[in-house]
Design a protein. Sequence first.
Lengths: 402, 402
Amino acid sequence: MLKGNCVIAQSGGPTAVINNSLLGAVEAAYRSEAIGEIYGARNGIMGILAENFIDLRRQSPSTIKGLKFTPGAALGSCRYQLKKQEDFEKLLNVFRKYNIRYFFYIGGNDSMDTAYKVNKLALEEGYDLRVIGIPKTIDNDLPLTDHTPGYGSAAKYLATIVMEMGIDLKCIVTSTKVVIVEAMGRNAGWLAAAAALARRRQEDVPHLIYLPEVPFDTANFLNDVEEAYRRYGTVLVVVSEGLVDKNGNYIFNDTTTVDVFGHQRLGGVGQYLVNLIESELSLKGRFVLPATCQRSAMHLASRTDAEEAYHVGRVAVEEAQKDRTGCMVAIRRLEGAEEYSCTYELVALNEVANREKKMPRSWINEAGNDVTQAFINYARPLIQGEVAIPYHNGLPAYVDIV
Amino acid sequence: MLKGNCVIAQSGGPTAVINNSLLGAVEAAYRSEAIGEIYGARNGIMGILAENFIDLRRQSPSTIKGLKFTPGAALGSCRYQLKKQEDFEKLLNVFRKYNIRYFFYIGGNDSMDTAYKVNKLALEEGYDLRVIGIPKTIDNDLPLTDHTPGYGSAAKYLATIVMEMGIDLKCIVTSTKVVIVEAMGRNAGWLAAAAALARRRQEDVPHLIYLPEVPFDTANFLNDVEEAYRRYGTVLVVVSEGLVDKNGNYIFNDTTTVDVFGHQRLGGVGQYLVNLIESELSLKGRFVLPATCQRSAMHLASRTDAEEAYHVGRVAVEEAQKDRTGCMVAIRRLEGAEEYSCTYELVALNEVANREKKMPRSWINEAGNDVTQAFINYARPLIQGEVAIPYHNGLPAYVDIV
């Protein structure tokens, strides 16, 4: 078993439960006989390059325990891609200097690419290093894993607020007839699709869902909204922020909307569609943009998701000590089981790196304006259970790593 | 004690806890020896005019109990103002027809005006009727009551998501430097102000808060944002949707922003300010529009608020049986007490009707970009405690009245 120090870093857009993965990794490292110092890198890979480390053995027990209930990347995150060879060399030099023999990177597609390249370089240079990727993203777009930690909590949050906004929309006889909710998800519709979990009966919200996987057609959209309006009286629509037309262009980029300074206005697809509905159907619309709430709502996290996030972190550290490297921890759903359950396995980083998993077309209905039952069956188990977070003075008692 | 039937109606924009007031009224009516039938009017006053009633004695116990945990107006609501004399006559005729002797109206300023006029007409026509208003609004803008049920829950929700978005913004080194959160509150800034509760230390979010009570000055705003950016590296700003300039005009209405069809675009103040920051300060912004989430987030309601909402409903029914009429139930905070506590009292409807209570200028700092400690001391008790709502299959188990 390789002995040495370890570094853990977090990267990309955070999730509600990303610190559960950090906690899983840290607690496994505490138990390890091989791992000496446990460094947390500030702001992902940038913190390693800058030798900006947090000593995770010297945090108070209450801070470490609080990671379980705290959203956001507690170590800090970044959107920085190593590109130049000298960056990789520098990284390896820092590893040598600190005798870092274990590198755990909690992130999405880009981060898995970085981890893959670091592992490759270490092999080439004969530096004995174990590199394991720990998946996270609310977008759920990592391949080779049934789903990605962070997704279940974002899905639960979105479905809940859509349910609540649906109750609000339906109960009041007012001028607003159509509500458009713009969900995160630039290239894959997993999160927007999860809003369908809010529906208990056919007439419930969301009435329509549009995803980037199906080219958006304005005429069809207006027809759909008009028909839903006739049927239900009010309409709630959920759209992914990254809807594209048949040529693959973002649909809100092809408007000529300009602001007071003459700049093209990227107001987002939600506002664009509300304007369209008001102009073309003369129905008053309202749009809702939960934005980063979706990836930080620890107050409504899924317990299933939080637990799985913990385990992918734990498994990463345990497997690395069995000399596994160049891998990402993946979640495998047990097929044919009566109740949902999953196991953890390792998949090769280069199979994951830079690849996006989109919604299968068969999980979207033929009209391209809703999901199918197969998707619901897939997503429902991921939002089960609640996390009882501590409150102090009326608000969540989140912690800081200092 | 006047004997007869009663009708309860809900009006205006709902809140997370408006059904707690319904529950309080219904349970008090169950205990009454004077009240016979308990009618719920569908969609406020419109349901009375249309004789569209729900029999609240014949709802299942689980539905009635579920009101405690369900947002939105369970009876349905409306934004319909009685104006014509014939509407009032019609209303009184319905009351006569159904022998309705008690009228409880759960609503805001407009609804209190309606209740006042109905009471006045009944007196003039010698129809023995008891009319009591039950306050609700997330805007907290009703006069003569320390605060309004619904506000505490909206405040708790907004402060929590601002805290969570602040963690998200701070943890990731990315291009977004400024986040603008647009809070509800057209003419009064109470809700936006409550975001300040999220702040535990001086450097915490929100860094800046702008309210309709202080005329908005673009140059000052840009200076404030720039200074906060220099100090904190990232800036989170909360604004009321109804910000006005020194002439009292909504600030986002004086732009010349047009959509693809040449219509003036009412994208809201949040988007307008993000565009301004990007153009003038070259800082990348993001805007967040929680919209109706703020008035329907039962999943994060304040227990204090939910309990008070229940009691204003209960007190309304109890006081009506003591021959009080033409009043609204108000909340009075006990002065000088060590711990927050309050009592309920009746105030005259005509003193409340059509009047708005704005934030006192002394609870806003001199620069007009934050609140003072006096406001924090006022608002903090209102968000205390959580409501443990039941979950089913991963989502809140809200009920419907059918």
